[in-house]
Design a protein around this ligand. Sequence first.
Ligand code: ZN
Length: 432
Amino acid sequence: MMYNDEFETLPREALKALQIKRLQQVLQRVCATVCFYKKSFAAAKISPDAIRSLEDLKKLPFTTREDLRNNYPFGLFAVPMSNIVRLHASSGTSGRSSVFSYTRRDLDTWTDLTARSLAAAGLTKNDMVHNAFGYGLLPGGLGLHYGIEKIGASVIPISDGNTKRQITILQDFGPTVLCATPSFALHLAEEGRAMGVDMQSLQLRVGIFGAELWSNATRDAIEDAFNIKALNIFGLSEMMGPGIAMECLEGRRGMHIYEDHFIVETIHPETGDVLPEGEEGELVFTSLTREAFPLVRYRSGEISRLIPEPCRCGRTHIRMERVLKRSDDMLTIRGINIFPAQVEAILKAIDGVEPDYQLIIDKVGALDAVELHVEVGEKFFGEAGGVKELQTIEKRIVKDMKDYLSISPRVKLVAPQTLKESGKKVIDRRTI
Ligand code: ZN
């Protein structure tokens, strides 16, 4: 079932014509309203008029995550604040996070695209959806929320956390659809079993999962645990949130990217050269319809491969394979994206902490667990050693990590030079 037959099955030639028309409009607009683009196009000696075909797109400079941070908080907005009706943001301290804005029309577009994604998973107004993506500054929960309402299904805005309550609601309300990160879904299944609940005989029939790297093995485990069909949804906060690409019911054959709203390119992560369709590389997105926060050639850091072959479902939009790795050092911990540099910035601001640290990520059951080893000054370990001071530092680290990055690590303070030997700032022991 399709939400928007006309656009989802647009012949590729017509789709490309629509893309170039919308691209020209967006380029004119960013050049006129966003200082950053005016400057970066001028530096590349290129005017929007020179972009006449999709082939020309590669003449334009990339937008990077660094550019977003350098323009924190509102430098890349293309409309005045009076036209903005919603703000979302990534985790991080000041200058280390990114802020995303939406006009009324942006929210309508987003709602339509998440509704389109849900319809691709077979949802109708007869469904009840248990939405366990986080509601808040990150755009996951709210993004899907409005799409669920738009197709007329009933939404349970449960958000993440409160596992036992969630299991009770899954039993008592009988939702037919589960939306969550894959690891939280597995955690629900484990906790449910521990509570003596038969998780396979709930009313659930389909699940929509994303916001983490996950493999087909994890998919099998989820399908088995709940006796459901598990589908993959793709989103990028920078582009909008969830609903940029979605698997159709043909399943396991990649996610359709909504090309009437986004142009996708694949580039070599080191050289930046555009790769032929179908080769593995970093995905680069250009938003075609965003009013408040349009991005041109945004480097997503996601490594994937486009699938140009037509899909049996009839949708003409190109598909992308599931993302299994990244081109940068971004980590996703319990659905939250963080960078080692953000951890470093937090530690740097704390008195008594030395520059070396080590972040160790592992799974405890289905969930991610983080241990943070931090070097502190020699003085704390001398004869006059300050147990109290050490406790204060430890508490402060735990609090700041929670406040700024929404993760709760187990902190271990160690003597200077202890961590030098291993040389690794991040040890990720998880398998996906
Ligand atoms: Zn399809």
